[in-house]
Design a protein around this ligand. Sequence first.
Ligand code: UTP
Length: 297
Amino acid sequence: MPRKVTKAIFPVAGLGTRFLPATKSIPKEIMTLVDRPLIQYAIDEARAAGIKEFIFVTSRGKGALEDYFDNAPVLEQELRKKGKTELLETLKNTNMDSGAIAYIRQHKALGLGHAVWCARRLIANEPFAVILPDDVIAAEKPCLQQMVEAYEETGGSMVAAMEVAPDKAHLYGVLDLDQDMGKIVHVKGMVEKPEPGKAPSSLAVIGRYILSPKVLQNLNRIKSGAGGEIQLTDAIAREIEEGRDVYGYRFDGQRFDCGSKAGFLQATVSFALARPDLRDELAQYLHTVTEHSKAAE
Ligand code: UTP
């Protein structure tokens, strides 16, 4: 049985340019879906999958992220005094245990692969997960937990995979399939952002990975790839070239690309509609807005 996955890297050092000007002073990962920041969804998913050590790769201007995980004694005291026990509980759930969280700086945004490589000394020689907080996945069983269970059967390295339309494949890393076993696929190659019409399949990689520590060694040797960035996909593809197993996992759930404005808005509506305290009012509002825009056409 492969070694247990207890460490996760959260690369949050990107510039978040698609959300400027907001991201001039707010880290993208602190932006909220309803009332919880994106990063909280990622942390909850990691915890559900058995992750015990949380490694953030950060950059300049991400201080709000570090503050978010700190205790807030004054706020807690105030809520206790006012008897707001439910809110107090919500707040306490955001605290992280001492020593469970580590921050590493990526000094230059050289790409996702480089961000993961920055955490190499904290990973040492064990398998690890990577979670991109701007990919939010609504699922009955959290996506990383599904993957950890599958990984316990397969070992190797594993990426979350999702079917995409042919005209969208050039936006993703795309899998070249060796064997399709249903939920799990064995992969013989990966291409980052293939040219239109040249994608090897319709299965794209999204922001959840379980990786062998060898991927970190590959990252040592990788030069910049698509978009001039050091690509994680290239380091995983090298695993395959060197004869090690890489799998794609077709997860159950709906993925929202919260790094894009449209995806973020869709996630906001979806998560709000799933909330009993907001559902009816929002559904009514959406209905009215849709009727008005139809009438205006
Ligand atoms: P994105 O491709 O979404 O880039 O990164 P970005 O900088 O966050 O956003 P835009 O495109 O400028 O709007 C995917 C993930 O990889 C991290 C990001 O923080 C995000 O979680 N990343 C990317 C890094 O940590 N470092 C990098 O150099 C690049």
